[in-house]
Write a protein that binds this ligand. Structure first.
Ligand code: PAF
Length: 300
């Protein structure tokens, strides 16, 4: 069994999650390469303010794409395929890939292009805020889950490196049910906070109860078509727990709408609507949220 320490870890996507994972790996003694939009390693010193207010500065590595053992992809769901297509032919045949984004779907399009490489999927509830291009503040701790999706199993050395670097992280045997549970949280909180311009905590008000219930009930039916059995009661309890725990947060979709950026709606509620359509399951509550967010995205 190969338990060697990994040689090259690279992160594609230098947004809040990419920088956060980069700092956490560096603190554990593995300096990753942080790849920007043009695939060049980002060299500028990156500043990081940890949860306890400690400030550090970090320069990331400059591994060549052919020497990457693990590529952690932290771009938005709708960028995954476009960002990876030019890079895939330059990666070694045994490079592992890990997708870490909100929403679901890109792995389905990606798997046929992987030439049998190992694919791991993950989700994180850690919060981080970019204070500038090269400056990040961690704003919340939270669970991070990884699990096998396709191809050979991840090398034990890489798995151990990830789990020891990222606080609150764990490996789950069935990653898809975990990702569907996160999808349920995002499908309720993200569009509603963006449409109504409210912080997460305000979704505990009675006025949102029927929409949240309808979104979850449709999600449970759609998930069944994918062999994923979810309980509406426990999903609802989880959604309201996250609403409470992140009460003061402005959700990522609300921030995207406020900054007039494209949102992740197509990989969240849009993903549910498209699978629903494929299986003739009506998803009117999710569709109404998708339409409302698309309308907001079209404002100039
Ligand atoms: O996308 C987000 O904002 C977060 O995933 C969550 C959990 C909804 C908290 O704001």
């Amino acid at each position: 069994m190969n338990t060697e320490a990994p040689k090259g870890i690279a992160i594609l996507g230098a947004g809040a999650v990419g920088q956060l994972i980069g700092h956490q790996l560096a603190r554990s003694g593995i300096i990753p390469t942080l790849l920007g939009r043009d695939y060049r390693p980002l060299k500028a010193p990156f500043r990081f303010v940890s949860l306890n207010g400690e400030e550090t500065q970090q320069e990331f590595g400059s591994a060549d794409s052919g020497n990457i053992d693990l590529l952690i992809v932290t771009v938005k769901a709708y960028q995954v395929m476009d960002a990876l297509q030019p890079l895939l032919p330059t990666l070694s045949r045994d490079c592992h890939l890990l997708l870490l984004h909100n929403g679901l779907g890109p792995h389905e399009a990606l798997i046929p292009h992987l030439d049998g490489r190992c694919l791991t999927l993950g989700t994180t509830s850690q919060g981080a805020l970019r204070l500038g291009k090269h400056q990040l503040k961690q704003t919340g701790s939270g669970l991070t889950q990884f699990g096998h999706c396709s191809g050979p199993a991840i090398a034990p050395g890489l798995k151990a490196a990830l789990l020891s670097a990222i606080p609150g992280s764990g490996w789950v045997e069935a990653i898809l049910p975990a990702l569907w549970q996160k999808l349920a949280v995002n499908a309720c909180i993200n569009p509603l906070t963006a449409i109504h311009g409210v912080c997460n905590g305000e979704l505990a008000d009675d006025e949102f109860q029927s929409t949240i219930a309808a979104v979850l009930s449709e999600l449970v039916e759609v998930a069944k078509t994918q062999g994923i059995e979810l309980q509406e009661d426990s999903l609802s309890a989880r959604v309201y727990e996250v609403i409470r725990l992140t009460a003061a947060n402005r959700s990522s979709m609300r921030q995207d709408v406020d900054h007039k950026r494209k949102t992740e709606i197509d990989a969240i509620n849009g993903y549910l609507v498209s699978i629903g359509n494929r299986h003739s399951i009506a998803t009117p509550a999710n569709k109404a949220l998708v339409d409302a967010i698309h309308a907001l995205e079209q404002r100039v």
